[in-house]
Ligand binder design. Structure first.
Ligand SMILES: NC(=O)C1=CN([C@@H]2O[C@H](COP(=O)(O)OP(=O)(O)OC[C@H]3O[C@@H](n4cnc5c(N)ncnc54)[C@H](OP(=O)(O)O)[C@@H]3O)[C@@H](O)[C@H]2O)C=CC1
Ligand SMILES: CC(C)(CO)C(=O)C(=O)O
Length: 301
């Protein structure tokens, strides 16, 4: 397989690096990471160790690829879609968090777009080096559910490179369950400045559970079978399993950077048929912080 990874940051470098063990991979990212990968290759450490030598570039080559794996933050998806228009792609897979990424990609690109959820953990430690902070899995399939020959081709190719991969016919439910987890954990931990484990039995746990229940209700309004109990259980399970983690949104806030709140809590608000007060409040607070920091122009904050 010829794979292009758009967004060679933490997750893109990990998945791209793992894929490079079996496939012809090109990473698209930023310097100095790209320069270092070109000069010295990519080191993977942590729960998986490998040394690989994928191609690396800062712009999308006008070439044919069997797969473009998209791993930019959700607010960069429109730019990714535009840049990927310069390549000839057989398939596109988003492994991003949040809702709406596949629709943005599908609108701009001719190739079939697959939805993905990813429970691997990754952290770029220095240019040319990525740490696997948690071995997980990628689940992928058509965004509206069901089966597709494209998913049946991409899944085994990823498994051949040792990436734990499930080809799933129920991606809408999986994406909404992941959304409920992120809606519950990310903004609450970012605003309270606590590690994920503080949600298990601390006072910040209740707003997290409320946000997850609201996400489950909105999922059901859209015909997706996700109960309140399943969403809350998923938040508690993930918060306990990642108790020492600083969520990605807390890390964004720590780094003074824009968050994915629009694609997470904001996506619940946008799709709700009735009030979702926990998600409305979390969205407004995080957007308020982003606006104060000059991180959003403010379309809708
Ligand atoms: N990290 C993780 O463990 C996990 C992450 N995810 C999800 O995966 C997605 C990516 O997360 P993560 O890897 O942590 O994010 P990162 O910010 O580490 O990686 C994204 C990378 O893409 C680069 N990028 C953005 N736009 C362009 C462009 N036009 N050209 C070249 N490079 C570009 C960014 O550079 P710059 O910052 O300079 O713009 C950055 O290096 C998110 O949706 C996240 O929620 C899901 C599961 C686990
Ligand atoms: C699962 C969780 C909450 C782990 O921290 C995550 O996906 C994130 O931080 O974005």
């Amino acid at each position: 397989m010829r794979a292009l990874v758009f967004g060679a940051g933490s997750l893109g470098s990990l998945l791209g690096g793992l894929l490079a063990r079996a496939h012809d991979v090109t990473l698209v990212g930023r310097d100095p990471h790209v320069e270092r990968v070109r000069a010295e290759g990519l080191r993977i450490a942590g729960e998986v160790s490998a040394r690989v030598a994928p191609a690396a570039t800062t712009t999308v080559p006008a070439e044919r690829f069997d797969l473009a794996l998209v791993a930019v933050k959700a607010f960069d998806t429109p730019a990714a879609a535009e840049a990927l228009g310069g390549a000839d792609l057989d398939a596109v897979l988003s492994v991003q968090n949040g809702l709406g990424n596949e629709a943005v990609l599908a609108e701009a690109l001719d190739a079939p777009v697959l939805a993905g959820t990813c429970t691997y953990g990754a952290r770029l430690t220095e240019p040319g080096a990525v740490e696997c902070t948690g071995r997980g899995e990628v689940a992928l399939g058509p965004p509206d559910g069901g089966e597709s020959p494209v998913a049946d081709r991409v899944g085994p190719a990823m498994r051949a490179a040792g990436v734990e991969t499930t080809v799933a016919a129920d991606m809408p439910r999986r994406c909404w369950e992941k959304l409920a987890v992120n809606a519950g954990i990310n903004a609450v931990t970012a605003l309270a400045r606590v590690e994920n484990g503080a949600l298990v039995d601390g006072p910040a746990g209740e707003p997290a559970r409320r946000a997850a229940r609201e996400a489950a209700r909105v999922a059901r309004e859209r015909g997706i079978d996700l109960s309140d109990d399943a969403a809350v259980e998923a938040v508690e399970r993930v918060a306990a399993a990642t108790s020492a983690n600083r969520s990605s949104m807390l890390q964004d806030v720590d780094a003074g950077g824009r968050t994915e709140v629009d694609a997470i809590n904001g996506a619940v608000v946008d799709r709700a048929e009735a009030a979702v007060p926990a998600n409305e409040t979390l969205t407004a607070l995080v957007r308020g912080w982003e606006r104060e920091r000059g991180l959003r122009e403010d379309e809708e904050g």
